[in-house]
Ligand binder design. Structure first.
Ligand code: C2E
Ligand code: CA
Ligand code: CA
Length: 712
């Protein structure tokens, strides 16, 4: 059941893309701002420079107006003929003829006047009409006259307010080229030129001043230059429209600016687009690596870390955890190969994911270990049954019928139980499920923990017992079914010197679990060989744990011990159970073959208690089978049980494999099994396992007597 990754942080790489994009965008923004600033600065500077130029031009225009007026005056005043003409008794007709009539439409002046040396007007014409200069010019006139008298050689010019508005007015004394008289007696010539529309139009044209006018600017971006009289009085002001050169400049570059801006925006959009794509890609790959990190490749289920992430995220409330381990998966791999094993894992994964609606998450922890979590603890029983049900029918994979079982350990969440503690509990329960016979479910209880503690304590004690030599072989005699003579002994381990005895199946299993079995097995074998070496007429049978047989060094170890104790290999039988043949058939076959090579025999122990068929006898080369005590008991109960025993013994003997019956407790059983074809008998009826010393006593008279009695 694949999970969607929980809400993920964007991840460092995505964040970098966003940061880079933001940096880039702010760079573009700053660039745009700087460009905008430069352009506005340029625009205003260009306008300012042009306005300054225009103001200078206006000032120059005013200066040159005055200069022109001065020149005109000098041309007319430094004139001998005029001086003489004015000396006539009535010069007025001459004045009119020379200057007055010109005023009607002359470019250089609009009015003129001649003053006597006392300042009184002699003649004055304004646009061809006589006028009164005194009222026309006001008090400024007298000042002008005074200055003209003071400075007869050069013209005095000033802007003045007249009856017709501002005008440039100039005055100069009329004197002959040979002047020797009193300058105070000279007559004065005055010209006046209006600063009217026509004059302004002229200036406009000559100096490039747009819409030049008198007075304050009326609209738009107007510029002003004041017009001062010679005394510094403000007479008027000239105003005109700014050319706004900056704006013109801006108008010219604007299309390029807009194009540049459009390009930038387009570029930015493209960058954003690609950054988005990249971010999506990165997020995609982050999701992908998240998926890979949290899922099992083979099954597509969550893996261990993904599973606990899911539990921590989604299971705040009560939940139940199931741990599952397939029984017999290794044999599937060994028998059919890994491709079949892989497919089996996939099929199991699928089946688990869909086995019950209350299953929230399914995970594979690797190998053949699976886990389920459900937030409905009430459904735990139903889920367990559903899981067990999956394995009631064999799987068919690539045409092979594959049979596996499942062991389940389960535990409930609760106050103060972390997910790792929950896992430990379920794991402990699973361990017990496997330990107590597999293909079952075990729920965690406190007793399991106590049992574990007991087991740990027992382990310490066993190590100690082995160190001080408290684990010894006892020997249980084997009898010839026909002659009832003792023909051999089976070594059976005993833990002596204990208050509370621990049976061998318990401490042997413990030694297997905690890795002591190789040492213990070797010790027991060596001591058995030493003891049995003295009983030259007897064979020796020694039980071998499946784990020992799977150890690749086992055959050599046995060989070395045989040599060390000078024991004839042909007198030794090793008893093995079928489990090793299923779990590790290849290694078992190799070990058996190697030891048979040097003369050691093999007996298949506990036959009939499991699944082993007669076929394995030939396959592995067994020399003998020992039918299990359960079969012996069953044979005593009814006919069908007897039938099974008879058929089994018949089949084995037909294959030239002799049969031992173990667990014979009464004479009837002994007769029945002898009649069924067993050639050797063993059981409490004849003898319990006894010490080596007891066997030493020549199988003691007592034992012999009892056996004689048993056989009648
Ligand atoms: P096993 O190999 O099947 O040994 C026979 C068991 O049946 C022995 O139990 C023996 O005492 C018992 N037995 C013999 N005759 C009778 C009888 O008439 N009635 C009943 N009820 N029981 C009888 P034990 O000695 O307790 O051993 C139990 C198992 O422990 C053995 O079963 C064997 O699988 C294992 N075992 C014992 N010693 C060793 C050893 O040195 N190495 C290994 N690997 N396993 C050992
Ligand atoms: Ca045995
Ligand atoms: Ca047995």
């Amino acid at each position: 059941m694949p999970i969607r990754p929980a809400v993920q942080s964007k991840g460092p790489r995505t964040r970098w893309v966003v940061v880079a994009l933001l940096l880039f965008a702010s760079f573009i923004f700053s660039l745009t701002a700087i460009t905008y600033h430069i352009i506005t600065e340029m625009v205003s500077t260009a306008t300012r420079i042009d306005d300054a130029r225009a103001a200078r031009a206006a000032e120059i225009a005013l200066v040159s107006m005055k200069a022109k007026m001065g020149d005109t005056l000098t041309d007319n005043a430094a004139w001998d003929e005029a001086f003489e003409a004015l000396a006539a008794p009535d010069p007025r007709p001459w004045i009119y003829k020379t200057w007055g009539r010109l005023t009607v439409d002359y470019v250089l002046y609009d009015g003129m006047a001649i003053f006597n040396h006392d300042g009184s007007p002699l003649a004055a014409f304004l646009k061809d009409k006589p006028f009164s200069p005194t009222s026309y010019f006001g008090p400024e006139l007298a000042k002008l006259q005074a200055r003209a008298h003071d400075n007869p050689q050069s013209p005095v010019v000033s802007f003045l307010q007249t009856g017709d508005g501002p005008a440039v007015v100039g005055m100069e004394a009329i004197e002959p080229s040979t002047m020797d008289g009193d300058p105070g007696t000279l007559k004065l010539l005055l010209f006046v030129k209006w600063l009217n529309k026509a004059a302004l139009a002229d200036i406009s044209q000559q100096h490039g001043l747009r819409d030049l006018a008198l007075g304050a600017p009326h609209s738009g971006h107007g510029l002003v230059v004041p017009v001062f009289s010679a005394d510094g009085d403000r007479v008027a002001e000239l105003s005109w429209q700014s050319e706004e050169q900056g704006a013109k400049l801006y108008a010219r570059v604007r299309p390029f600016l807009y194009a540049g801006l459009a390009l930038l925006v387009a570029f930015l959009l493209v960058a954003v687009y690609f950054a988005r794509l990249e971010a999506i890609r990165l997020r995609g790959s982050a999701t992908m690596s998240w998926f890979l990190a949290t899922h099992d490749q083979l099954s597509g289920l969550l893996n261990r870390s993904g599973f606990f992430h899911a539990i921590d995220n989604d299971h705040a409330g009560e939940h139940v955890l199931l741990l599952m381990d397939l029984d017999g998966f290794k044999a599937v791999n060994d028998t059919w190969g890994h491709p079949v094993g892989d497919k089996l894992i996939q099929r199991v994964a699928e089946a688990l994911a869909g086995c019950h609606p209350d299953v929230d998450h399914v995970a594979r922890f690797g190998g053949d270990e699976f886990a389920i979590v459900s937030s409905q603890p009430d459904s735990a029983g139903a889920i367990i049954n559903a899981v067990l049900d999956i394995f009631t029918v064999p799987f068919t994979i690539d045409g092979h019928t594959v049979e596996v079982g499942v062991s389940i350990g389960h535990a409930l969440s609760g106050e103060g139980i972390s997910s790792s503690e929950l896992l430990r509990r379920a794991d402990l329960a699973l361990y017990h499920a496997k330990d107590s016979g597999k293909k079952r479910a075990v729920g965690y209880t406190l007793e399991l923990d106590e049992a574990k503690v007991r087991e740990a304590r027992l382990e310490v004690e066993l190590r100690n017992a082995m160190r001080v030599g408290e684990v010894h072989p006892y020997f249980q005699p084997l009898y010839d079914a026909a002659t009832r003579e003792i023909i051999g002994v089976e070594a059976l381990a005993r833990w002596t010197g204990r208050q509370d005895p621990v049976p061998p199946d318990v401490f042997i299993a413990l030694a297997e679990k905690c890795g002591l079995i190789d040492t213990l097995g070797a010790t027991l074998l060596e001591e058995s060989l030493k003891q049995a070496g003295k009983w030259v007429r007897l064979r020796l049978s020694v039980n071998v744990s499946p784990l020992q047989l799977c150890n690749p060094g086992f055959a050599l170890q046995v060989e070395a011990l045989l040599k060390k104790t000078s024991f004839d290999p042909r007198r030794l039988t090793l008893e093995v159970t079928e489990s090793v043949l299923i779990a590790n058939p290849d290694q078992a076959r190799r070990t058996i073959a190697a030891l048979k090579q040097i003369g050691v025999s093999f007996a298949l122990d506990d036959f009939g208690s499991g699944y082993a068929s007669i076929g394995v006898l030939r396959q592995f080369g067994f020399d003998r089978i020992k039918i299990d005590r359960s079969l012996v008991k069953a044979a005593e109960v009814d006919e069908s049980g007897l039938g099974v025993v008879r058929a089994t013994v018949a089949l084995a003997t037909a294959m030239n494999v002799p049969v031992t019956a173990e667990g014979i407790e009464n004479a009837a059983q002994a007769d029945m099994l002898r009649d069924a074809g067993c050639d050797q008998l063993q059981g409490f009826l004849f003898s319990r396992p006894v010490t080596a010393a007891a066997i030493d006593m020549g199988q003691s008279l007592d034992t012999v007597k009892r056996s004689l009695k048993a056989f009648g």
